[in-house]
Design a protein around this ligand. Structure first.
Ligand SMILES: *Cc1c(COP(=O)(O)O)cnc(C)c1O
Length: 407
């Protein structure tokens, strides 16, 4: 049995039973709550060191009751890489990149969907469907295949090519919709009745947050239980940021942190779609959908987030900010980071680097601070954004001046 005691409505604290199929309450997400005292008695933070390097090492802080329900592809424990050259260039030498591009299907989405699919298996669900901006569809398709479930994926027709093909490769029924992710979401909602699938939309089931939470647990453990000064995280639906903040709260309650000073959380969006940053600026707790959202950082192309207030509450409680950075500079930041550090940086994380550069310039992040930026996905998944203009060599008349100059 897990240490889950109950579910709790995020909007008003209503207590709901665990261990049955759950979705939203009053149209808003649920928290999973644990008996943390019992967790603290069952495991010590130092005992974790001997466990396998995947996210299941935090078993006592995860919701799965039944070991047979665990659906795994060896996910988690992504490396926390020092990025001194990039840090120097940005004016924050103590810069670290948590590289989630190394997870199954090449993005951090694996963490959430691994947990959600495991819980769906435990609860006897066999058909699942998801609206996706890209990576969530690929990750759900992979974990559904791993669990032997039937899977439907709905995505906007301008979703990156690799996302369009990977879900089909994993055996999902994939459909392109002439609309935004919210239009895909409406189809998934309707299909609950007509096709009888379970709706895996972001935050509509409570367990994805628990999977994402492991990013915060890993950062804490990898930083020897002393959290960094600031975390920059790209925000679409917000599960990553919400999950990490929940992790820090639970670790604090457990008394596992060396100091209770938590990181300032920076939620980063593109100027092409920044409802959370706009709500933060305006001092609002709920966001308003932008009129014509557009960004090549497809994971950030989310005009409406049901967990908007959860993101904004966390950002404000942390003393951080919700920021928007220049859409036009995504390609530049991707290339710069990848070529300086060898890390396969996605467009969503390029936005974080833009936001970090702006914050250093404004003085809200200072030179001596430890900053962690999350690389949520692999650059290779975004072939459309990458430079494919490669010079050609004629094997009969090799142009050495071209080769020596490099391009
Ligand atoms: C989905 C996604 C995001 C946004 O994550 P949320 O947790 O939904 O805010 C960021 N980066 C990538 C690569 C994604 O796939």
């Amino acid at each position: 049995m897990s240490y889950v005691t109950h579910l709790e409505a995020a909007i008003d604290g209503t207590r709901l039973p665990a261990r049955e199929i759950a979705t939203l309450h009053d149209g808003r997400p649920l928290w999973v709550r644990y008996d943390l005292e019992a967790v603290g008695r069952a495991v010590s933070r130092d005992a974790l060191a001997d466990r396998a390097p995947d996210l299941w090492r935090y078993r006592e802080l995860l919701p799965v009751d039944d070991d047979d329900a665990v659906v795994s592809l060896g996910e988690g424990m992504s490396p926390l890489l020092p990025a001194p050259r990039l840090g120097e260039a940005l004016g924050v030498p103590d810069l670290w990149i948590k590289d989630e591009s190394q997870l199954p299907t090449g993005s951090f989405k694996a963490r959430g969907l691994c947990m959600a699919v495991s819980m769906a298996k435990q609860l006897g669900i066999t058909r699942v469907a998801i609206p996706t901006a890209g990576n969530a569809g690929g990750a759900l398709a992979a974990y559904a295949a791993r669990a032997g479930m039937e899977c439907w994926v709905f995505m906007p027709e301008d979703t990156p090519l690799v996302n369009r093909v990977e879900a089909g490769l994993f055996g999902a029924h994939v459909f392109l919709v002439n609309g935004l992710i919210n239009d895909c979401g409406a189809i998934v909602k309707q299909g609950k009745e007509t096709v009888g699938w379970f709706d895996f939309s972001t935050l509509k089931e409570p367990y994805r947050i628990e999977g994402k939470k492991t990013m915060g647990l890993e950062v804490a453990e990898q930083c020897h239980w002393k959290l960094p000064d600031a975390i920059f995280y790209p925000t679409g639906g917000g599960t990553g940021l919400i999950g990490m903040w929940k992790a820090f709260e639970e670790l604090s309650t457990l008394g596992w942190l060396e100091s209770d000073v938590r990181p300032r959380m920076y939620s980063c969006q593109s100027t092409g779609c920044s409802p959370i940053a706009a709500a933060f600026e305006a001092g609002e707790r709920f966001a308003t959908a932008p009129a014509a959202p557009h960004t090549v950082a497809s994971g950030l192309r989310v005009p409406v987030a049901v967990g908007d207030f959860m993101i904004l509450d966390a950002v404000r409680a942390s003393g951080g900010a919700a920021l928007s950075a220049d859409e036009e500079r995504i390609g530049e930041w991707m290339t710069r980071a990848a070529s300086l550090e060898g890390i396969s940086l996605c467009p969503e994380t390029a936005i974080c680097l833009g936001a970090l550069a702006d914050s250093v310039a404004k003085g809200s992040v200072s030179k001596d601070e430890r900053v962690v930026v999350f690389n949520t996905g692999a650059a290779q998944k975004y072939v459309e954004v990458l430079d494919t203009d490669i010079p050609r060599i004629d094997r009969a008349a090799v142009d050495w001046s071209l080769i020596e100059s490099g391009s």
